[in-house]
Design a protein around this ligand. Structure first.
Ligand code: ADP
Ligand code: MG
Length: 322
């Protein structure tokens, strides 16, 4: 416990949060004690992920508090989605410059909206004074041995990706350049949709998977290293939104799609025999899934033009503090 020196005292902020946190039957003890108690369902494995977002690093300075709340949880749920896990609980550590109760209320609007959509209960956290930073931990379940890992990709697998790529990076590019930011691109930056339902279903057919947070090539590279194989991406096959196509010429668009960060889509590999099943999952979840390349022998990820020549990336993805 660290007191906030200005604004509402910490206990008052925590009480505001506690009043709005939704319940779940498997939460034995939620916010208010020294720690939470939860009941893990019999026969399930617990999957845990944590991610922090900081002002100026993970979201622009002008991001609305509700969008910061949404995104803080979304990036974490995306990690659970990439494992094929069903979300259940989360904790929230808030570092706030002032004890601004109105800011916390607005932040909770976005955070708890997304939490409700995925039946996630907020069960605890920490509230301190400091530079604006939001740290979330999420917990979810999988059937034993069913989690989707980065390792396991096989030579000959197809490579697939959900949704569209490059939208968030497109919004950031426009914002940094002082241009008018396309509202659809901005909403993809501020309110990514974690692919929880898709992730849960693809575990039945996929060999390996990752969520795309640092850029497609960088994240697929993680899969390739963990699996000890290589990968090829067809640049022209990468899915793009109409907004991205309208806003950027093909060269810049390709760079945003292949290397831009903050997509929070799922990239996974699966054998060719799974193509029909994957098409059905796309229909069932209402989320497009596009085949974008293949797993190869060797190592490293290459992006190819339609004529087979290699595309050279202007940068290898977003690296913090680079
Ligand atoms: P302690 O000093 O024992 O760590 P705190 O005063 O920090 O306790 O927290 C009191 C209760 O409020 C705990 O249950 C804690 O998990 C919860 N809590 C504190 N901050 C938050 C937050 N930002 N979101 C959710 N729960 C919180
Ligand atoms: Mg205590």
């Amino acid at each position: 416990m660290t007191p906030t020196s200005r604004g509402a005292p910490e206990f008052e902020l925590i009480e505001r949060i506690r009043r709005r946190a939704a319940a779940r039957d498997d939460v034995v003890l939620g916010i208010g004690d020294d720690a939470a108690i939860v009941q893990v369902p019999a026969g399930r494995q617990l999957v845990i992920a944590a991610d922090t977002i900081n002002r100026g690093v993970h979201f622009p300075d002008n991001t609305a508090p509700a969008d910061i709340g949404w995104k803080a949880l979304a990036v974490n749920l995306s990690d659970l989605a990439a494992m094929g896990a069903e979300p259940a609980w989360c904790t929230l550590s808030l570092s706030l410059p002032t004890g601004d109760a109105a800011w916390v209320d607005a932040f909770l609007d976005g955070f708890l909206d997304l939490a409700a959509q995925h039946h996630v209960a907020l069960i605890g956290g920490d509230t301190t004074r400091g530079p604006l930073s939001v740290s979330v931990t999420v917990h979810g379940f999988v059937e034993p041995g069913r989690a989707l890992r980065r390792s396991g990709a096989c030579v000959g697998d197809d490579v697939w990706v959900t949704g569209t790529l490059g939208d968030a990076a497109g919004a950031l590019t426009q914002w940094r350049g002082g241009a008018v930011v396309h509202p659809l691109l901005r909403s993809r930056l501020d309110r990514p949709a974690p692919r929880v339902a898709t992730g849960a279903l693809i575990t039945a057919v996929a060999h390996a998977g990752v969520d795309v947070s640092d850029g497609l090539l960088a994240d697929l590279q993680h899969v390739c290293v963990a699996s000890g194989i290589g990968g090829e991406i067809d640049l022209e096959a990468l899915p793009a939104s109409a907004a991205l196509i309208a806003a950027f010429d093909p060269q810049r668009r390709s760079a945003l799609q292949a290397t831009g960060g903050d997509d929070y889509e799922l990239c996974f590999t699966a054998p060719a025999t799974a193509r029909e099943a994957i098409a059905r999952i796309a229909v069932e979840t209402g989320t497009p899934i596009t085949r974008i390349g293949r797993i190869t022998a060797g190592h490293g990820v290459r992006a190819l033009h339609a004529d087979g020549s290699e595309w050279i990336a202007p940068s290898a993805g977003f690296v913090h503090f680079a």
